[in-house]
Ligand binder design. Structure first.
Ligand code: AMP
Ligand code: MG
Length: 352
């Protein structure tokens, strides 16, 4: 299959609509990451999403909606707290879990009786969903296990030849997938951290829990089963061996010298500008490849997945990554970074 890459305009949106209505898939930009869209009520389209991504079928999809859309076809009820969160943070990077209607196919929800719903704020996503009036399932448009795509180029890398159309809307603003909050119990619970932080949710609706599996610092090493099925998979992994650490620059420089003395291999760094500068200073004349994620936390979030893909392009075999403080946006960044890592050399304090 030929994969077309088109800018977002009336022509490409029309084409996307035709494809979606006929049970095909289309990749499109959202403010979080690029999504691989299919019409939520097309069994064929949904099957194609799982197939193109190589996604395990027990990993449910998020249904994307637009302003003014009738949610009663998708969820059986909208409790007060859910309504408040929708008003406050929609359109935006917040996914809400609610009981599903009979209409929503079980293949969308991976057999669960609940459904995940989000209203994206990216203009292209709003146009596509709003003008067609179709609720669209849209998991990240990457091959399962790879870093999520934050540019049309990333989608092409993973899905070229497997999907007919990619709408190119430039780079994603947020860069990490949406916050997922379960609203089926009295106290809302974060199942996946994202750009809408715990503090932002608490400010809107009071007490909010966090799924203990999210907080179990090191995710995949934990015995806790996450409530969002997708969170149990290893994700985002670069090809190289990624060691995430909060040790000081001198210690990291020592490790790198030992690595280089042991055997010839391509070693690199991934982290903030400042951290990279410090490690390079400690290394002295030894030169290694550095992938910079910038400085502010929102910039780091935006560049994380692209940075992980860059370590592949550079052919890095061993990568030292900076462990960030797990608060506010750092919680979401570390949640993804930890899942990408092969090894952690992290103190108890940063784990919390
Ligand atoms: P992605 O679309 O790739 O960002 O992945 C969607 C995430 O939402 C996965 O981690 C899913 O497990 C999670 N998810 C989707 N629907 C539900 C649901 N009904 N209950 C809990 N988690 C869900
Ligand atoms: Mg994904």
């Amino acid at each position: 299959m030929k994969t077309e890459l088109l800018p977002v305009d009336d022509f490409s949106l029309k084409k996307a609509e035709e494809l979606l209505r006929s049970g095909q898939v289309v990749a499109f930009p959202t403010e979080t990451v690029y999504g691989l869209g299919a019409w939520a009520f097309s069994a064929e389209g949904i099957d194609r999403v799982y197939e193109a991504k190589g996604r395990p079928s027990d990993n449910p999809l998020i249904v994307h909606v637009a302003p003014g859309m009738d949610l009663s076809k998708i969820v059986t009820e909208i409790p007060e707290k859910a309504r408040i969160l929708m008003e406050r943070y929609w359109p935006g990077p917040l996914t809400i879990i609610l009981p599903k209607t009979e209409d929503v196919p079980l293949r969308v929800t991976g057999g669960l009786s609940t459904v995940a719903v989000r209203m994206p704020s990216h203009p292209a996503a709003m146009k596509l969903i709003g003008s067609t009036g179709l609720p669209i399932v849209a998991p990240s448009a990457n091959t399962s296990g790879r870093p999520s795509p934050t540019s049309a180029q990333h989608v092409l890398e993973d899905l070229r030849g497997k999907i007919p159309l990619i709408l190119d809307g430039g780079k994603c603003q947020v860069g990490l997938e949406s916050t997922i909050v379960d609203l089926t119990e009295e106290v809302p619970m974060i199942l996946r951290p994202g750009a809408i932080t715990l503090a932002m949710l608490e400010e809107a609706v009071g007490e909010v829990d966090v799924d203990p599996a999210v907080r179990a610092a090191v995710g995949i090493q934990s015995d806790l089963v996450p409530k969002a099925p997708g969170m149990k998979y290893r994700h985002y992994a670069p090809k190289g061996y990624l060691i995430l650490t909060d040790e000081g620059p001198d210690q990291i420089a020592d490790w790198i010298r030992q690595d280089l003395a042991g055997k010839e291999q391509k070693i690199g760094l991934i982290g903030s500008d400042e951290w990279i500068r410090k490690v390079e200073n400690s290394l002295g004349p030894v030169r290694i490849t550095a992938v910079s994620l910038g400085s502010a936390m929102d910039e780091i979030a935006r560049k994380l997945f692209d940075g992980l893909r860059k370590t592949d392009e550079e052919g890095l075999e061993k990568i030292y990554g900076e462990a960030f403080q797990r608060k506010d946006l750092g919680e979401a960044i570390m949640n993804r970074f930890l899942k990408a890592a092969s090894e952690r050399r992290i103190s108890e304090q940063t784990k919390q």
